[in-house]
Design a protein around this ligand. Structure first.
Ligand SMILES: NC(=O)c1ccc[n+]([C@@H]2O[C@H](COP(=O)([O-])OP(=O)(O)OC[C@H]3O[C@@H](n4cnc5c(N)ncnc54)[C@H](O)[C@@H]3O)[C@@H](O)[C@H]2O)c1
Length: 348
């Protein structure tokens, strides 16, 4: 079978540790080149895998033996590289967030339509075994009708503070759009596209952050579902995307780092055998799950398979852009003090 010839752009952390490894591990793909603006980084990875390296992605894109690229550069340059790659006839797997603004997302979606290229966004929560199980349980009615969903992006960026793209005051990467797009994507996957948001933000943890470093947002989802999202990039906790989904028949509490999911049910076969005092409380069923916070191998497999089989990727440009649009509405609300509606006009 034909192998998809691929290159990774942006290598320092996620590109080298996740994208490169996932491509090399995939039997239907071949890593042919890597690219980074820092020569030391690019050369080291190229030497390790015995492939060519480039310092300028435009030079890389001239290669005719290249089918697809993955983007693991700072969020601020996703648009520029994604558009150029599709114009050059390459399929694209772009790290989350697709971009930092709806306008940039629109340009990327437009390029994928114009040049007829595959575009996948690395919204990796949809590939975490725990979240997949939660979605399956919800879809088969285990918790009944959802009335409330909450998720969070709780992270501590204290060690990342410095003169880098995450804290660039000239081109701010808001933590809601840049980081909590994970939690937002998860909520959208389960509850649909938020209709309206209201949010408060503050900055009490990371003085160097050009924006708020903590935001609490409440949202209206379709079917009268209420949502809440907590974003913090300075909190003193372990990285987590703990998510609670409340339904008429049960509740799910799940995250991306634990080895089990909690399903609370009021009606469980055999519950009549428990003492009467317990009967009125929901029973907790702990279901074991594989704890994989970055299931990059399945993400890469999905992208490669969609090229090989000419199918749609799990999270296409529209999905990635809707997540960005919902995050941007939250940021807008923190700035105006008013409710804000996400701009989904690109999906019309
Ligand atoms: N899916 C996830 O859970 C996850 C986790 C971490 C990071 N990310 C995303 O991955 C991307 C990279 O994050 P990171 O932590 O690896 O960042 P990083 O700063 O560690 O690495 C980025 C690399 O891109 C290079 N670069 C910058 N501009 C470039 C350009 N124009 N052309 C080529 N290379 C360029 C830099 O030199 C650097 O080596 C971001 O979009 C981030 O949001 C996703």
């Amino acid at each position: 079978m034909k192998k998809i010839r691929m290159a990774v752009i942006g290598l320092k952390t996620f590109g080298k540790n996740a994208h490169v490894k996932a491509i090399v591990a995939n039997e239907n793909a071949e890593l042919v080149a890597v690219c980074d603006i820092v020569e030391e980084i690019a050369k080291k990875v190229a030497d390790e895998y015995g492939v060519d390296y480039y310092l300028d992605y435009k030079e890389l894109l001239k290669r005719e033996d290249l089918d697809a690229i993955t983007i693991a550069t700072p969020d601020q340059v996703h648009r520029e590289i994604a558009v150029a790659a599709m114009e050059a006839g390459k399929d694209v797997l772009c790290e989350k967030p697709l971009a930092l603004s709806v306008a940039d997302c629109k340009a990327i979606i437009e390029a994928s339509k114009t040049y007829g290229r595959k575009l996948m966004v690395g919204q990796i929560c949809r590939l975490a075994p725990s979240f997949i199980l939660a979605k399956e349980l919800i879809d088969r009615g285990e918790i009944g009708e959802i009335f409330f969903i909450e998720s969070e992006y709780a992270h501590d960026y204290a060690k990342k503070v410095g003169p880098n793209w995450r804290f660039d005051p000239t081109s701010p990467r808001h933590p809601v759009t840049g980081g909590a797009c994970h939690a937002m994507d998860l909520m959208r996957w389960i509850a649909g596209d938020p209709i309206e948001a209201f949010a408060y933000g503050n900055k009490k943890m990371l003085a160097a952050c050009p924006t708020d470093d903590c935001v609490i947002a409440v949202m209206k989802f379709p079917n009268d579902v209420i949502g809440k999202m907590f974003t913090s990039i300075g909190c003193k906790r372990r990285y987590t995307m703990r998510t609670c989904i409340y339904g008429s028949k049960g509740t799910i509490i799940v995250d991306n780092t634990s080895a089990d999911l909690s399903l609370f049910k009021s009606e469980v076969a055999g519950s009549e055998m428990f003492a009467p005092s317990i009967e009125h409380q929901a029973l907790e069923i702990k279901i074991p799950v594989r704890a994989v916070k970055h299931n990059i191998h399945d993400e890469m497999r999905d992208f490669i398979n969609c090229i090989l089989n000419d199918t749609d990727p799990l999270t296409d440009g529209i999905e990635g852009a809707k997540t960005v649009a919902a995050c941007c509405a939250i940021v807008e609300s923190t700035e105006t003090g008013e409710k804000a509606k996400p701009d989904y006009s690109f999906a019309d």
